[in-house]
Write a protein that binds this ligand. Structure first.
Ligand SMILES: Cc1cc2nc3c(=O)[nH]c(=O)nc-3n(C[C@H](O)[C@H](O)[C@H](O)COP(=O)(O)OP(=O)(O)OC[C@H]3O[C@@H](n4cnc5c(N)ncnc54)[C@H](O)[C@@H]3O)c2cc1C
Length: 322
């Protein structure tokens, strides 16, 4: 077998691409990142983002989420930009039992009925990492640049093969872009929106627990800002927020938490979740060339990012014979 060049090209500068780049750089693999959108303009930058593993599918979701929780916990302790540990409540309108993944988490305890908002039947407390994505992504980008990582933004690749001009190992972290880039018709865009308001004093998060992404309610404190969610608009690939959807989010949250109704609105955020029946994280052998896919994380790409990056890194190190 021909010797493969000892560096990797990552396509995508969202949370999947940058986290993978950080992990590879830590293993002394030289990385180049190419992406149409720079980190601050990716869909990842629009995310809330609370650690919650439910809105993505793969047999390894539990392991990837647990690994990511540990990394975020350490980052929060080290004051890494944008990463906080926040106490709060996740609650369901259905009379379910608390899921197994929640039971082992720091701060877990079942809610008493009087702790639940009207209309909710079951809930639990826990401590979750909540990530302020714009500063977080900027800090990851700096971590890739520091050891000499090469990041190039602004141009769109028309195929994965185009990446082989840069490296023999191409890592596909193109999110919803994978639909055209691979091409993979299984990837479907689901737009999500958030409304940022002046935080009227919420120190804790609230997240509605549902099986499917939908018009769930969540309130995520980011210091002086409170992010309100959410929405799931199937098939919409334009991230531009729809003011009508934003109004509905504020109304739904205000029906349950009236104190937010008069808080000043700071802005709307929109982004595309890369929905797929299952996350695609695998090696595709092209003879002397290699593609490692890491996309399709739907509504949990932040929550799974470190676990997925570890697995991609293990594949790449194996390809490099390390
Ligand atoms: C409103 C909202 C709230 C969310 N909340 C949460 C949350 O609380 N917790 C959580 O875990 N997740 C959340 N998510 C989901 C999470 O944001 C996604 O799963 C994650 O951002 C996917 O990251 P990614 O890096 O794979 O894709 P993206 O962030 O979309 O990045 C893709 C990158 O690939 C590049 N690219 C694509 N195609 C090409 C091409 N052909 N050529 C060159 N470059 C290309 C893009 O330009 C971009 O740089 C939320 C999403 C939204 C929209």
């Amino acid at each position: 077998m021909a010797q493969i060049r000892p560096h990797a090209l990552i396509i995508g500068a969202g949370v999947s691409g940058l986290t993978t780049a950080v992990r590879l750089a830590e293993e002394n693999v030289r990385v180049r990142v190419r992406a149409e959108k720079d980190p601050g303009h990716t869909n990842s930058a629009a995310a809330g983002a609370i650690w919650d593993p439910i809105y993505a599918n793969h047999p390894k979701v539990g392991a990837w989420a647990a690994r990511s929780y540990e990394v975020f916990r350490r980052m929060a302790e080290e004051d890494f930009p944008g990463v906080r540990l926040v106490d709060g409540v996740e609650a369901s309108r259905e009379p379910i039992t608390s899921p197994d993944w929640a039971r082992g988490l720091p701060g877990f305890r079942e809610c008493t009925p009087d702790e639940l908002p009207a209309g909710f039947a079951h809930g639990w407390h826990y401590t979750a990492p909540i990530i302020d994505m714009p500063p977080y992504l900027a800090a990851l980008e700096a971590m890739v640049r520091a050891p000499g990582g090469d990041l190039r933004f602004g141009s769109r690749l028309s195929s994965l093969e185009e990446g082989f001009a840069d490296a023999d190992i191409v890592i596909n972290c193109s999110g919803a872009g994978a639909r055209e880039l691979v091409p993979d018709p299984e990837v479907r865009p689901i737009r999500g929106q958030l409304v940022a308001i002046d935080n009227p004093g919420h120190a804790e998060f609230f997240a509605e627990h549902t099986v499917e992404l939908g018009e769930m309610i969540y309130l995520l404190p980011q210091g002086d800002t409170l992010l309100l969610g959410g929405s799931a608009e199937e098939g919409i690939a334009d991230p531009e927020p729809d003011p009508r959807v934003a109004d509905e989010i504020v109304k739904r949250c205000g029906d349950i938490f009236p104190e937010i109704r008069n808080a000043p609105i700071l802005g709307n955020r929109g982004g595309i979740r890369p929905s797929r029946s299952m996350i695609r994280l695998e090696h595709e052998d092209r003879g002397d060339r290699h593609i490692v896919h890491n996309y399709g994380h739907s509504g949990a790409g932040v929550s799974l990012s470190w676990g997925c990056a570890d697995d991609v890194t293990a594949i790449v190190l194996g390809l490099l014979g390390r």
